[in-house]
Design a protein around this ligand. Structure first.
Ligand code: ADP
Ligand code: MG
Length: 361
């Protein structure tokens, strides 16, 4: 059993340049990338103003492109999982005419960032999007696309905001153009991540601190359940009938996240793993956002060799689990998990990677 292949950035860049040449008949002048992420612990705490501990993945979204003189934006995504059409053209917004979300839905993430971009004047541009982040798999391809777009726009027209302000523009794009009331975690980690580190984020103050995560004996395994049940009501009401248990999850999860960051600092993977298992139980029984497939995958991981801990990650009702384990046992663990799982799992083994970057052509 092997993990899914994660093409190096250079390979995605070459693919993007090839697609750009075919589409626009010239070499692109600019290139940027932004990563997907996995949240190690701190689930459903970001929009509750709590702590989260994500790391960036080696899965990335690359945008290549060039400015153009006619005030138009011309976009193409190479992703077969994006809705049709995969190419479109529209004029830049003006003071009189804002951009509106529409079809294709995938372009709304790009349009939203353009509409909310804080510096002017933006020129029109042609761009191609290529990504190794699975779309809709809970690894935040949406924030990767927003942050890659923002980083691309910075090359066309530099901004002067803080990192937090940039993250908020991307979050705003997702709220108002994609209709997803997400927290700020995904955008912040995509902007701020550093290789070999997880990032502890206080979602109230937006303070962040890097937590080293570079031990070659340790691995982070992401297992995609490949199921997605329709979401219950997110943005859970903390003062209703079930409010007590939900509030208990949030309070406990914030404490666990602080403890997990401290455990990682001192290299105590067992303690980290126990906190992951507690987090999963709390999400399952108190916050009620797990599902049978995620529970099965966590159960399977916990009975695999070399595993410190495992939990659902992301919003829930499907998507992925994250497992902390000894690197030497990873392929055995994947085999074990797949053998126990009633569905078909997809695996990613990732190191903690860098945040958004300008790529040199
Ligand atoms: P996740 O962020 O977990 O991957 P979301 O539903 O939040 O899932 O975002 C997925 C959506 O983002 C896709 O359905 C698509 O509309 C858009 N998207 C993300 N990456 C790309 C891409 N490379 N090309 C086109 N659309 C993308
Ligand atoms: Mg998303």
């Amino acid at each position: 059993m092997a993990a899914s292949r994660q093409p190096p950035v250079g390979e995605l860049l070459a693919e993007a340049r090839r697609a750009f040449r075919e589409e626009f008949g010239a070499e692109p002048e600019l290139a940027v990338s932004a990563p997907g992420r996995v949240n190690l612990i701190g689930e459903h705490t970001d929009y509750n103003q709590g702590l989260v501990l994500p790391m960036a993945l080696e899965l990335v979204t690359v945008i290549v492109g060039s400015p153009r003189a006619d005030g138009l934006v011309s976009l193409l995504t190479s992703s077969e999982d994006a809705d049709e059409p995969r190419r479109l053209q529209f004029p830049l917004p003006t003071a009189q005419r804002s951009l509106e979300p529409g079809i294709p839905r995938w372009a709304n993430y790009v349009k939203g960032v353009i509409q909310h971009y804080p510096a002017a004047p933006l020129p029109g541009f042609s761009a191609v999007v290529v990504s190794s982040v699975p779309l809709g798999g809970g690894l935040s391809s949406s924030a990767a696309l927003e942050v890659a777009t923002y980083t691309f726009l910075q090359q066309l027209c530099p901004d002067s905001g803080t990192i937090a302000a940039r993250a908020q523009v991307c979050q705003q794009a997702e709220h108002s153009f994609a209709g997803v009331p997400c927290g700020i975690m995904d955008q912040l980690i995509a902007l701020l991540a550093q290789k070999d580190h997880a990032l502890l984020i206080d979602c109230r103050s937006l303070e962040t601190s890097l937590v080293p995560l570079s031990d070659p004996k340790l691995a982070v395994l992401i297992t995609n359940s490949n199921v997605r049940h329709s979401l219950g009501s997110t943005g859970r009401e903390l003062v209703s009938k079930e409010g007590f248990r939900r509030a208990r999850h949030v309070v406990g999860e914030i404490r666990r996240t602080a403890q997990a960051a401290a455990a990682l600092h001192r290299g105590d993977y067992r303690a980290f793993g126990r906190l992951m298992v507690e987090s999963h139980s709390s999400l399952r029984y108190d916050y009620e956002v797990s599902c049978p497939e995620l529970d099965e995958l966590v159960q399977a991981a916990l009975s695999a060799p070399g595993v410190y801990g495992s939990r659902m990650t992301g919003g829930g009702f499907g998507g992925c689990t994250v497992t902390l384990l000894e690197a030497s046992t990873a392929s055995q663990a994947m085999q074990h998990i797949q053998a126990q799982y009633s569905g078909t799992a997809t695996f990613y083994l990732s190191q903690a990677a860098d945040g958004a970057k300008v790529l040199h052509l």
